[in-house]
Design a protein around this ligand. Structure first.
Ligand SMILES: Cc1cc2nc3c(=O)[nH]c(=O)nc-3n(C[C@H](O)[C@H](O)[C@H](O)COP(=O)(O)O)c2cc1C
Length: 243
């Protein structure tokens, strides 16, 4: 076990070990792999959404954490917009992506898992967003998945009542390859940007968000089928229509 002081010490630039990149090791893939036979679910073009005009200052004034949601479902178009706003890929080459959020060294270490409770035309369940393809895959459609994610979030009721709960998973090697010991700092900083975009995008479609960091790491990693080291739950947020 190391203390936070020791972590800050070993993650200073002058103390970091030589990165895997500098050692000449090849870069991890930009996206976690999925089985070739996986059924990909199409999403509408996120730019197809028609947003009500809203003053940016008003949007910032309105932003707050919302934990009570109406029963009204979201459209797939709105869901597509939220995925794009948080992780949408604007440019891609074999080395990096540019997205709607910033990321240290354009490493973009996240995979987005989404608990879908209430989206028109989409079966409830746990999905993964393929940012490069702008498509979804179904990960778990068992009837108790919403309950399991709620338990993982220490029984915070707004998870079960949300239309969507976003779970951002760090695929750590994508950051570690360049930043060795400093990577954990950057992953967590990156996560904040992603969630903030969700807060702002939600306001634009009359929805509200609540960030969640009070979750049980082991339970959440188990629900998302992650080993908790190479891939781990980094941040969670619930979202739903304003009551
Ligand atoms: C990193 C972080 C973790 C949070 N974790 C939780 C949480 O687990 N549960 C919760 O209800 N709210 C959580 N929140 C929301 C805060 O309680 C909320 O942002 C704060 O009370 C300020 O309120 P506001 O967002 O409405 O301005 C979290 C916020 C942040 C930024």
């Amino acid at each position: 076990m190391i203390t936070w002081k020791e972590y800050f010490e070993i993650s200073k630039y002058q103390n970091m070990s030589e990165s895997l990149q500098r050692q000449g090791l090849s870069q991890p893939p930009l996206e976690m792999p999925y089985a070739a036979a996986t059924i990909l679910i199409d999403l509408p073009d996120p730019h197809g959404i028609v947003l009500p005009k809203m003053d940016f200052v008003e949007l910032l004034e309105k932003r707050e954490s919302l934990r009570a949601y109406s029963d009204e479902s979201l459209s797939v178009q709105e869901f597509s917009f939220l995925l794009w706003a948080t992780q949408g890929v604007k440019e891609v080459n074999e080395k990096f992506t540019k997205r709607t959020v910033p990321s240290a060294g354009a490493r973009h270490p996240f995979e987005t898992y989404i608990l879908v409770n209430n989206v028109e035309e989409l079966k409830s369940g746990l999905y993964r967003y393929l940012a490069l393809e702008h498509k979804l895959i179904m990960v778990n459609d068992s009837v108790d998945i919403s309950q399991k994610v709620t338990e993982g979030c220490k029984m915070q009721k707004h998870v079960q009542n949300s239309a969507l709960t976003f779970c951002w998973v760090a695929d750590f090697q994508r950051m570690y390859w360049r930043y060795s010991e400093r990577s954990l700092r950057y992953v967590m900083l990156d996560a904040g940007h992603v969630c903030q975009n969700l807060y702002l995008a939600a306001e634009a479609i009359q929805c509200g968000v609540c960030a969640i960091a009070a979750y049980d790491d082991d339970l959440m990693n188990a629900v998302l089928d992650l080993d908790g080291e190479a891939q781990f739950t980094a941040y969670i947020a619930t979202l739903g229509r304003r009551a």
